[in-house]
Design a protein around this ligand. Structure first.
Ligand code: ACO
Length: 324
């Protein structure tokens, strides 16, 4: 049998680190009131990074990809697949994956984007895993890259304090032994309205709002339930139980959702990888960013069983269980 395995990870954050206090000061200048205390208590976020005006998703994806390639010991021209998960692409088209391929200077391999908002990386990883298992690819670069700062409404304090920019990447390679153990993806489009950026481009103009809006409480309620269910389902598929999980790496949106999920999986909180405090919610980038931080800090080691979980607009969600 043919499996896929993560060969290396990488990530990149733009230089501008904005603390809650700095953000509160910026917002106060426009009459919007918020505080470090409110943001920390409700979300666990202490700071986020914002891209410079000339930095697009592919610019963040590129250094993350180089770091993952280096960690994997792979040259870019050995890749036969590039998938970028993003909801903030550089352009309408070409895809951010094609723009990343151009930056990497390794031409010819398949390249496309996956759009599943904050579940995007888990979606992209699952697609790459399937393509490797089927023989359609052997070495895949899978990236989550976002510049959500571009679609934030800085007049809406209920959303603009939650998100940040960044990118995370993995190189996935064909393997004789199982790396990715099981994946599962879902969407429920009855809930398109609770988290969306509904605008589009038409006739040279933006039609509808190009800014993110969210019903935070509705998202919160849905997220904890679906994440527990999908995690149990992938454990079943792999023939494992919650006691077998060494590390839980959920989408980094809100510490309370993450701790709620860990509790339902009966996991001690020191097995929960947390980067939301320093990154905010980076949408499709959050899971690979957290994975890379966990690998480079020496927590996630070769042979560990790791549960990745994504959840986001659509409503979309999914999980990937892997032997790192
Ligand atoms: N600063 C200060 N006060 C604020 C702020 C702010 N930034 N934002 C809201 N408030 C106020 C509200 O106006 C409200 O005041 P009121 O009681 O006088 O009306 C009060 O704080 C409470 O607001 P709630 O919306 O009830 O706060 P809640 O405890 O639900 O927390 C939050 C809001 C953090 C958004 C929470 O609902 C949440 O985390 N939801 C999940 C969001 C999420 O995870 N989204 C991402 C998943 S998918 C994706 O990543 C794209």
């Amino acid at each position: 049998p043919r499996y896929s395995r993560i060969l290396g990870t990488g990530s990149f954050l733009p230089a501008d680190r904005v603390t809650n206090q700095a953000l509160a000061d910026r917002l106060a200048a426009t009459g919007i009131e918020t505080s470090d205390d409110w943001i920390v208590e409700r979300t666990g976020i202490r700071a986020r990074h914002f891209a410079a005006p000339d930095q697009a998703s592919s610019d963040l994806a590129y250094p993350a990809a180089l770091a993952a390639l280096e960690a994997a010991g792979i040259q870019a021209d050995e890749l036969d697949l590039i998938i970028v998960a993003t909801s903030t692409p550089d352009m309408v088209f070409p895809s951010t994956a094609c723009l990343l391929q151009k930056k990497l200077g390794a031409f010819g391999c398949a390249a496309f984007d996956v759009q599943a908002v904050c579940a995007g990386f888990v979606y992209a990883l699952s697609v790459a895993d399937s393509m490797i298992k089927s023989g359609a690819a052997s070495k895949a670069l899978v990236v989550g890259a976002e510049v959500f700062s571009r679609i934030l409404d800085f007049k809406d304090r209920t959303t603009c304090v939650l998100f940040g920019d960044g990118a995370g990447a993995v190189v996935l390679g064909a393997s004789d032994t199982p790396g990715i153990l099981a994946t599962e993806l879902h969407a429920d489009a009855r809930h398109t309205d609770i988290l969306c950026t509904p605008g589009t481009v038409s006739g040279g103009q933006v039609l509808g709002s190009p800014l993110l809006r969210m019903d935070g409480q509705a998202v919160f309620k849905l997220a904890v339930g679906v994440l527990d269910k999908v995690a149990r389902s992938v454990l079943d598929k792999a023939g494992l139980t919650d006691a077998d999980i060494d590390w839980l790496i959920p989408h980094q949106a809100n510490i309370r959702i993450m701790q709620g999920t860990a509790k339902k999986l009966r996991m001690p909180l020191d097995k929960l990888i947390v980067t939301v405090d320093e990154h905010g919610n980076t949408s499709a980038a959050s899971v690979p960013l957290a994975l890379d931080v966990a690998v480079r800090s020496g927590r996630v080691k070769r042979g560990d069983t790791v549960m990745l979980e994504g959840v986001g607009g659509g409503f979309t969600w999914g999980a990937a269980l892997l032997n790192y």
